[in-house]
Every structure is written in structure tokens, then in C-alpha cells.
Design a protein around this ligand. Structure first.
Ligand code: CMP
Length: 143
């Protein structure tokens, strides 16, 4: 079953959006198989955003993501990587459609509430950066 990594960023945590965001994914039909509230270290932030290392906003991105707790989660379900990206909307909240998470909850590119993996490779890499395998569960639905 496909899995993806989702992170509610410090702005989303501070605005008490965690529950609403989990709820959207659960109502869609995706299952939570791992979650934690943590403060991201500089080392983890630089590893997570390594692909943006040479971008002018990299320093601000690392400063922001380490500035307060984030809520990291792993979601499971058919097509979850692409579907979660659709549900989050475009990276720039001003371009994200109403009804998407960023379209409904954000205004600025650098405070866009949520991150989600963009491919199978990113999902595997990001899940293993944030979670040990024994922090993730596998279960069959019985109801
Ligand atoms: P995210 O999905 O977490 O992946 C990288 C992040 O970099 C992105 O969300 C934005 O928050 C941020 N980002 C991307 N482009 C820019 C930009 N041009 N200026 C500032 N931040 C950006």
C-alpha cells in the first residue's frame, strides 16, 4: 500500500490547524500509520530540504521550519502521494484553489502550512528521515 510523508509546518501548528488537516485526510479515506509532534533540528531541516540547497530562500526555509514544532505524519492509501498533493493545492497559497488546504488556510509561499512528498522516491526518503520503522504501524481494517 502506498505511503506518503506529510508535515504541518510551524505556522499550521501555531494556528491550531493540525486537527482540521488530519481530518481532511481521514475523511478522504487515507489512514494515519505514524505521527509525531517534533521540533526539527538544523541537520534534519537541511537533509529534508537538500534539493533546495542552492535556492536563494534556502536559509529562510531552514530557519522557518526549525522555528517551532511541526506535526509530521505518514498517511497510507491507494494513490495517496498524488491525492494528498491535490488536496494540499499549489505551493503558493495565492495560486492554490479554494477547497485545498493551502488555498483555504494560507496566504504566503514561505508560510504555506503544509508539506507533502512529491514522488515515491521523496516519500520513502522523507519518511525514513523523520520516522524509524518501529514508529510506523501496519494494520488490517476490521470494521
Ligand atoms: P514545501 O512543499 O515545503 O517545499 C519547499 C518549500 O520552499 C515550499 O513548500 C515553500 O514553502 C518554499 N518555497 C518554494 N519556493 C519559494 C520561494 N520562491 N520563496 C520562498 N519560499 C519558497
Amino acid at each position: 500500500m502506498e505511503r506518503t510523508f506529510i508535515m504541518v509546518k510551524p505556522d499550521g501548528v501555531q494556528r491550531n490547524l493540525v486537527g482540521s488537516i488530519i481530518s481532511r485526510f481521514e475523511l478522504k479515506g487515507f489512514s494515519l500509520v505514524g505521527s509525531k509532534l517534533l521540533t526539527v533540528s538544523n541537520e534534519l531541516a537541511e537533509a529534508h530540504y537538500a534539493e533546495h540547497k542552492n535556492r536563494p530562500f534556502f536559509g529562510d526555509l531552514v530557519n522557518f521550519i526549525t522555528s517551532g514544532p511541526v506535526f509530521a505524519m505518514v498517511l497510507e492509501g491507494d494513490g495517496v502521494i498524488a491525492e494528498a498533493r491535490k488536496m494540499m493545492g499549489k505551493t503558493n497559497p495565492q495560486e492554490a484553489m479554494p477547497g485545498t488546504i493551502r488555498g483555504d488556510f494560507g496566504i504566503h509561499m514561505s508560510r504555506n502550512v503544509i508539506h507533502g512528498s512529491d514522488s515515491q522516491e521523496s516519500a520513502q526518503r522523507e519518511i525514513s528521515l523523520f520516522f524509524r520503522s518501529d514508529e510506523l504501524v501496519s494494520y488490517n481494517k476490521t470494521i
